[in-house]
Design a protein around this ligand. Structure first.
Ligand code: HEC
Length: 119
């Protein structure tokens, strides 16, 4: 039993390391992502996100949601089945100043990042 527990812990630790793929730069309000290892399409999507998704709050909110799998304000699950609804919710806010294709790009990026983060 003890051996099983140790093995399980080692596997869990390794799994966490393997998924530490989300490169985050800075803290708090200055928090952002390092897109250097993203495929070109996702780099382009990040260029949209870092401009459009910081109008009302910083990127920290989005990054924390992706890292933890929990939306930080509502406490609701933040997984691949939820990203589109969050994107639409942001689009519909007054003066969101985003187009539907821009929101779709950020939703695609969030889905990519969720799998990079191991969620
Ligand atoms: C027009 C202002 C505005 C823009 C633009 C905006 N947001 Fe938000 N966002 C908010 C507000 C206000 C909240 C507070 C909680 C809520 O209303 O959902 C929020 C909350 C969030 C949350 C947390 C939701 C929760 O339930 O905890 C995430 C994640 C998020 N935004 C991501 C994004 C992303 C990604 C974009 C770009 C596609 C974006 N936001 C653009 C205003 C905005």
């Amino acid at each position: 039993m003890k051996k099983f527990l140790v093995t399980t812990l080692i596997i869990a630790a390794t799994a966490t390391t393997a998924h530490a793929g989300l490169k985050v730069v800075g803290r708090g309000d200055a928090m952002r992502l390092d897109p250097s290892s993203y495929p070109p399409a996702m780099k382009a999507n990040y260029d949209i996100m870092r401009v459009r998704c910081v109008k009302c709050h910083t990127l920290e909110r989005t990054i924390v949601a992706i890292q933890t799998g929990v939306a930080p304000i509502s406490g609701q699950p933040f997984d691949r089945s939820a990203t589109k609804a969050y994107g639409i919710k942001m689009l519909r806010k007054p003066d969101s100043n985003m187009s539907k294709p821009e929101v779709k790009a950020t939703v695609d990026l969030m889905n990519y990042l969720l799998s990079e983060a191991g969620q």
